[in-house]
Design a protein. Structure first.
Length: 133
């Protein structure tokens, strides 16, 4: 018998969507992070984040939104913002009793995009000019 995938252990799309909804509720309640979402289509963000995590967890969904780097170039995140958001994600996973190893895997997926989340438009231009892109 095969072991359940991370996607299955997280409750498939419905379970992942519940965690994502809780996560965004926490982000929007955070006085430091909420301003980043003032002009955002949060319903769309919830859908795309759900697709992203479903795909990353081995589900059949496909993340087909803008690449992470490009989607966040205009957002002036700092390292402390990323850490704060990851703490909220950890709390959301904990509130759904996701086992520690699975929670670490989910947080690790998001943390793996740290450089993309912290990228700035001027860096994009500099890399393009130097031929790195």
């Amino acid at each position: 018998m095969t072991q359940p995938t991370l996607y299955e252990r997280l409750g498939e799309r419905d379970g992942i969507r519940a965690v994502v909804d809780d996560f965004y509720d926490r982000l929007l309640d955070d006085e430091t992070l909420a301003p980043f979402f003032s002009d955002a289509d949060v319903d769309r963000l919830r859908r795309t984040q759900t697709d992203f995590l479903c795909e990353a967890a081995g589900g059949p969904e496909t993340y087909d939104a803008e690449p992470v780097r490009e989607a966040h170039l205009h957002v002036p995140f700092t390292e402390s913002h990323i850490e704060r958001a990851l703490d909220h994600l950890t709390d959301s996973l904990d509130s759904f009793d996701v086992p520690a190893a699975d929670a670490e895997a989910v947080v690790g997926v998001i943390a793996g995009y740290r450089e993309e989340l912290l990228a700035r438009p001027e860096e994009e231009r500099d890399e393009r000019e130097s031929g790195q892109l």
